[in-house]
Write a protein that binds this ligand. Structure first.
Ligand SMILES: [Zn+2]
Length: 584
């Protein structure tokens, strides 16, 4: 585990929440914005604009950094171009422990680590309501379905405690900025778009959804109507390269395929029953297939065309969260033909997207940042084949051990309200009592440490306020600790041990996962290409929290708060060299 340097710039703007969401400039009203943009001095003798016309942020869910090293020889299009023509940060990694989707997207979009952004997990135990909440659940918002898609609940970025880069861009560039995001997942689309996206669109059930916080756009309605996802019913995912091109075993060890699929190609999208109409299993298969990536790509291209992204008065923002790579990775694990083939196909989709951007916005007028929200651990079975110490850490086992221990100290059951991710939440009043009874608390900690697969357990007090410590794991866990939202205790598994929710002896319902402070979950690609970027390979310390500050530097705006740094080594020389002014 590398210890990552952390640069803290700027003061923490606390109090930023839904209640104070008005700090973000309201949408639209392009008049003032146009004036601001026009008033900006235009440098002479330059063929490129003074700032990028469009910022494109692409997040590939669960893309390990070493997929580039392993698979790049098989790429011919978009990923190849980003690697060869862009700035490639080999050693980028999240510095924190909560390596989950919502957390990663929030970090990329804000430049703030979870200890500051408040986004500590995909879902956590809400102590007030004594229920689980997702990172985007908003009791005041109402979801809206495109093309008649059924919806429930409401989602927004109100739990994100800092402004996103896209919010700052809109605020500082004025109303001329359009912010549009797409993903299969609400948490990806919403976190990428920030508090006030013009459109944040995701997939739910059998169609596309947004919420009243963002409102609907007519072209998305038209696209959803013209291209219902069920049109992919009956298609088959086949290998795109000759069999000999694939690494690993044909049947991935420890894989748990989506319902209706087996362990070998081809994978037909025919649901569970193979009947004439799509069932729920079909939509699960679709989400875990390359066809969903292609659909998102087309949706993004349509947005570029219909909104004229990159042709407005300011800098526009397009965010795309590719989620299918995560579904495939959870099912089959990183050492599978399925994952390898997903990237062969994503390479082609991204090639199409970049070509489209070249044609519509102009090569050199836009900047692209590609990263991932987290990596992934190989399945315990494939690790065991190597002789490594690997296995399943049963969360139910941890919970039972805590209950048994506290029963002996006279505590009423259930003492544990919930274990969510790696966080233990005690029932109301229990943890406060435990803090006054060190013998009972120590017995609980020892009991947890005795569960197979547990490396360490931290108390909330050990992680609050990002303490200065020489323990890299404790530092990582404190970087993703947010008081009130994180657990009373935080469990750290041993390396290569997979946390599972199924009881001991019962099969788990997924192949593998992520969410630990280990490098295989933390290390992800950062690829930057286009306006203002100096191509090259960079091996210095970098984190995805550096993306937003870097984009802010390119766009000439100031982020109110962030943990990351500007990746100045990858900025074009004309940006880093002082320009002679015209006034002498
Ligand atoms: Zn995942």
């Amino acid at each position: 585990m590398m210890r990552r340097a952390r640069v803290i710039l700027g003061a923490v703007a606390l109090g930023f929440s839904a209640a104070s969401g008005a700090q973000i400039a309201p949408k639209a009203g392009s008049d003032g914005a146009a004036k601001m943009v026009n008033a900006a001095p235009v440098p002479k003798a330059t063929s490129s604009p003074a700032r990028p016309k469009l910022v494109v942020v692409i997040v590939v869910d669960q893309m390990r950094a070493d997929y580039i090293e392993k698979f790049r020889g098989q790429w011919t299009s978009g990923l190849k171009r980003l690697v060869e023509q862009g700035a490639w940060f080999h050693e980028a990694a999240y510095p924190y422990g909560a390596t989950e989707t919502c957390v990663g997207h929030a970090t990329i979009s804000t430049g703030a680590l979870p200890a500051m952004s408040g986004i500590v997990a995909n879902a956590w135990w809400d102590r007030e309501s004594q229920k689980m909440t997702t990172c985007t659940a908003d009791p005041k918002a109402k979801n809206v379905g495109y093309a008649g898609t059924a919806v429930k609940g409401g989602d927004s970025a109100w739990r994100l405690r800092v402004p996103a880069f896209a919010d700052e861009l809109r605020f500082q560039a004025g109303g001329a900025t359009r912010v549009v995001t797409f993903s299969l997942k609400a948490r990806a689309s919403i976190m990428l778009g920030g508090h006030k996206a013009d459109a944040a669109t995701w997939f739910e059930g059998d169609g596309w959804v947004t919420s009243n916080v963002y409102g609907t756009l007519p072209f998305i309605e038209a696209y959803a109507k013209a291209h219902p996802v069920k049109e992919d019913y009956g298609r088959t995912w086949t290998l795109s390269l000759p069999q000999s091109a694939y690494f690993y075993d044909e049947k991935a060890a420890g894989a748990v395929p989506p319902g209706g699929w087996d362990l070998t190609f081809p994978h037909p999208l025919r649901g569970k029953s193979g009947g004439s109409e799509p069932d729920d299993a079909f939509y699960g298969q679709w989400a875990a297939s390359p066809f969903a990536d292609t659909y998102l790509t087309k949706l993004a291209e349509t947005a570029i065309d219909q909104l004229g992204l990159g042709k407005g008065g300011g800098t526009d923002y397009l965010g795309v969260g590719y989620s299918s790579t995560d579904h495939v990775g959870h099912a089959f694990g990183p050492q599978s033909w399925e994952v390898q083939d997903m990237y062969v196909r994503l390479d082609k989709d991204l090639g199409e997207l970049l070509k489209h951007l070249d044609a519509k916005v102009g090569a050199g007028n836009y900047v692209v940042a590609l990263s991932a929200d987290h990596g992934v651990v190989p399945t315990p079975e494939s690790m065991a084949q190597t002789g490594a110490d690997a296995g399943e850490l049963h969360i139910s086992d941890v919970q039972q051990k805590i209950e048994d221990t506290l029963k002996a100290f006279g505590y009423a059951a259930p003492a544990v309200a919930r274990i969510a991710s790696a966080d233990v939440y005690f029932s109301p009043g229990i943890y406060d009592k435990l803090k006054t009874e060190p013998a009972a608390l120590n017995a609980v900690l020892e009991a947890i440490r005795g569960v197979p697969g547990v490396a360490e357990v931290y108390r909330a007090e050990e992680l609050t306020d990002r303490p200065s410590t020489k323990s890299p794991i404790r530092t990582a866990e404190s970087d993703s600790f947010f008081p009130g939202r994180s657990g009373d205790l935080v469990i750290v598994p041993k390396p290569y041990w997979l946390g599972v929710s199924s009881p001991v002896g019962k099969p788990r319902d997924y192949g593998t996962g992520h969410g630990t402070p280990y490098y295989y979950d933390q290390r992800v690609p950062i690829l930057l290409m286009g306006w203002g970027i100096q191509k090259g390979e960079y091996f210095g310390v970098a984190t995805p929290a550096d993306i937003a500050p870097t984009l802010a530097a390119l766009c000439g705006i100031t982020l109110s708060t962030h943990d990351g740094r500007v990746l100045s080594e990858a900025l074009a020389r004309k940006l880093t060299t002082a320009q002679p002014t015209t006034a002498h």
